[in-house]
Design a protein around this ligand. Sequence first.
Ligand SMILES: [Zn+2]
Length: 305
Amino acid sequence: MSGYVGRLAPSPTGALHLGNVRTFMIAWLRARSAGGKVVFRMEDLDHPRDKPGAAVAAVEDLRWLGFDWDEEYVQSERRDIYRAALARLDAYPCVCSRQDVERAQSAPHDGEQLFYPGTCRGRFTSWDEAASACAPRTPCWRFRVPDDATVSFDDVFAGPYSQNVARTLGDFPLARDPDGAGYTLAATVDDALMGVTEVVRGDDLLPATPPQILILNSLGYKPPAYCHVPLVVGTDGRRLAKRHGDTRIASFREAGIRPEEVIGWLAATCGWNTKKTPTRLQNLVGRCLLETIPHEAVVWRGTFT
Ligand SMILES: [Zn+2]
């Protein structure tokens, strides 16, 4: 095996659909074409939104489509790891609601993202103190961003990206959990500990990357390479959702569609299969050129042909 380590990281907040599977396909093929390893990680920390049975269903859908992997992890079993990472970071509890943060936007800052001006810096000595101050709401942990925190990286697909996190985001949230078990911290720490060398994911997460690099730097980990690819949208240009019809993999399977048809269409959207010929995932290993993937979002028109 080469040194490449890729990852598939579904969250059980809903069923797998064409959009997330396209990204998984690119991720898996990048790894297998490089002779590398694939890590499967279930990101099941979002309890209020996690759907019962969705984790098992995601595995079933991926296997049906031809995916395999070499290691498997479940984030809800790794809380001790996130707690230990949190303890090593300069973080503090914040009790501000989203409305509080929106009201504080008059402070000068750059960019479109919601800027946090550091309202709760030095305000609480512990999580419990913050929790009782904002009950029944839950505080969040925020990362204390250094004053001149500019992060620059060269995205493998999207190109150069640079952001002054101190001026655009401010102290960003790490987790809404006393032990730090939340998406931003957990996904970042896991990528480092699992040895992931390249993160392939949807380009909606491009703005989440500079904060993650700050976390990695702070913990002394080398950031992986990032490869952010466009999303699948409906004919209205909006991100694929229920209003665009049923694009769940399980529904196609139940309707008698073959996995080869799904993969064939997805490969066509990447410029690897111009005739949309049904094909197996395995047959695309070595044929997944990033150069042919359009930089625009892919439009699902309701048919594989
Ligand atoms: Zn606050």
